[in-house]
Design a protein around this ligand. Structure first.
Ligand SMILES: [Zn+2]
Length: 167
């Protein structure tokens, strides 16, 4: 998904930088006479918690034997909050009761702004994962911290969240 953003997406001409009022230097196409703001993807990442027990859901995907968070891309025109509820329903069948914003981080390898939320779900026992998930497990907060893939963006989000909430 990573793209060379040195060229105009409309006509292919090489972009130059030009000052834009209140925005600083912005890539500009002289052929189109138009500013071309850098394009990137937006995704949501969720710390899914069972509302009753407080346990945290970690999953394994794509044949990789390491635990990560549930995540997915936000559709064009879709609210990030709605993408949270949709992705959790699609991947686990679970109903989200409420969500809380945690933090964001730009993830360079996939040119994606990741938005992390906590999502509380109503009934952990109702989980029915789809074919995108190889394996899942509910962990207590400290066990989740020990089991999440080390040095991953998921671990960064989870550890920061647990440090903030101090459980
Ligand atoms: Zn152009």
């Amino acid at each position: 998904m990573r793209e060379d953003q040195s060229y105009c997406p409309a006509c292919g001409a090489r972009l130059v930088e030009r000052p834009l009022e209140r925005e600083g230097l912005v890539p500009y196409c002289e052929r189109c006479a138009a500013f071309r703001f850098p394009q990137y993807n937006v995704a949501v990442s969720m710390i899914v918690r069972d509302e009753r027990s407080g346990r945290i859901l970690l999953i394994q995907q794509y044949g990789r034997p390491s635990y990560i968070l549930v995540a997915g891309y936000v559709g064009r025109g879709e609210r990030a909050e709605d993408a949270v509820v949709r992705e959790i329903r699609e991947e686990t069948g679970l109903s989200t009761v409420r969500i809380r914003f945690n933090r964001t981080k730009f993830f360079e390898p996939s040119n994606t702004l990741m938005i992390n939320f906590t999502a509380y779900v109503a009934n952990a026992d109702a989980i029915r994962v789809n074919e995108e998930i190889d394996r899942y497990e509910w962990f207590g907060p400290e066990a989740a911290r020990r089991n999440i893939k080390p040095n991953s963006l998921a671990a960064e989000f989870l550890n920061a969240y647990l440090d903030d909430t101090r459980e």
